[in-house]
Design a protein around this ligand. Structure first.
Ligand SMILES: [Zn+2]
Length: 56
């Protein structure tokens, strides 16, 4: 019953401060055209930064 659809929409979230990939998230196909920007806590910057989606 394992589905591989999960990885299809899996995207990396890249920190805007240090450009490290700290988060992974999934995204709906409907919103694929828009670039995701999320405010996340970066362990490297030790603060909240805007994380943008990075290409695989
Ligand atoms: Zn960072």
């Amino acid at each position: 019953m394992a589905k591989s659809k999960f990885s299809e929409n899996l995207i990396k979230m890249k920190c805007g401060g240090c450009s490290r990939v700290g988060y992974f998230t999934r995204k709906n196909k409907k919103s694929t055209e828009k670039k995701l920007v999320l405010s996340k806590h970066c362990g490297w910057c030790r603060k909240h930064t805007s994380h943008k989606e990075a290409k695989r």
